[in-house]
Ligand binder design. Sequence first.
Ligand code: PMP
Length: 424
Amino acid sequence: MAAINYSAFFSKTAKARKESPLRQLWEDAGEDIGSYINLAGGMPHEDTFPIKTMCLKLTDGTVLEMDKETTSEALQYGRTPGHFELLRWLTKLLKIVHNPPTLQDKSHPGQLDMLMTNGAQDGMYKILETLVDEGDIVFVESPTYPGFLAAALPHGCQLVPIETDENGLIPEEFSRALKDHSTNSGKKMKFLYCVPNGGNPTGICYTEDRKRLIYGLAREYDLLILEDDAYFFLESKPYTKSFLSLDTDGRVIRLDTFSKTISAGIRTGLLSGPKPIVEKAILAMQTSSQNCSGVSQAILLAVLQHMGHDGFFAHCEKVAEYYRRKRDLCVNFAEKHLKGLAEWNVPSGGMFLWIRVKVTNDSCSIVTEKLRNRKVLMVPGISFKINSTIPSAHIRVAYSYASEEQMDKAFRALAEELRTLATK
Ligand code: PMP
């Protein structure tokens, strides 16, 4: 298979981006930057900051002290790709979990590179900015995460929905869409966006077989894959192989996040993928937030180093168990209140129950509006569709946060609204 011509995938914006000469000086110095007399950067002096050291108290009572040096570094501007030590920890994590073929081979044109992002949403935005021009074709699993639709649509790309079933994106549908659009003169097919674990909103986890078929199609049509695995660590071991772990060509861009396992508020995520693409995303980061918050990276590193890799997996398993209990409660209340009114599959991961309402094909927005008036928030299925004018008989329930009592109340209210609708 011929090497991927990455520049054919770049947007006009990405092609026009240039390295900041100042940041390049910093990058060239690498980890040795501390030994330079640095008169280049307009860095504020940390001695003027009112914070000296930081200290984290963990839920198990452990206290993690950050000394003056670590704190000063965290409070200062940081290199754009991310903190060296943190990236090393995360590289090891990727190696343990995915063992990506593009990590081993230093001569691979799509050798794996990484960028610390302000959450997966930020990484996704940087990729859209890097790859998409008006009119480009982007394939999207359907239904999908509305945060992606909201980020992608204003770029003027043509989003092509691909239906999913309980095993993930349907390869036959994908194949048909690829065939149809490959003959679409002048339009470049850029990538497939998917959430392969604990899908938002469906809770679907793609099987390995599906991933292999989808990857095969991406190879055949020379397409990239944007693997948004925000719910990956809410799965239990042994993890299903990721697209990244199958990626011999260097066509997978992966988004990870610590929002679901460490903290959503610190806004930390990891973008990993072929170096030429990650380099462009780094340039986009240089001109937006410059770098993922140093304080957030320091917090993340302190917690991860304290846990160690095995400890991190054990922690994730506890988090996954927590959400499985929440899921079971949610499903119990759905069974208690919604029998005959709606149906659903029990999700194996993630945070969502995707409910298909039986009593109507198109009034879910009205139902969720009525619920809102009763101070119950659920999201109508239409929000997860590319074409928001096509009615949807679905409602998404997030079971991650509400208490048992609140869930009971919410499902009772939903059942009442559906009964009212059924008798109209
Ligand atoms: N992708 C998916 C599928 C999500 O559900 C979310 C969060 N709702 C995100 C990305 C964004 O996560 P983050 O907090 O890491 O930006």
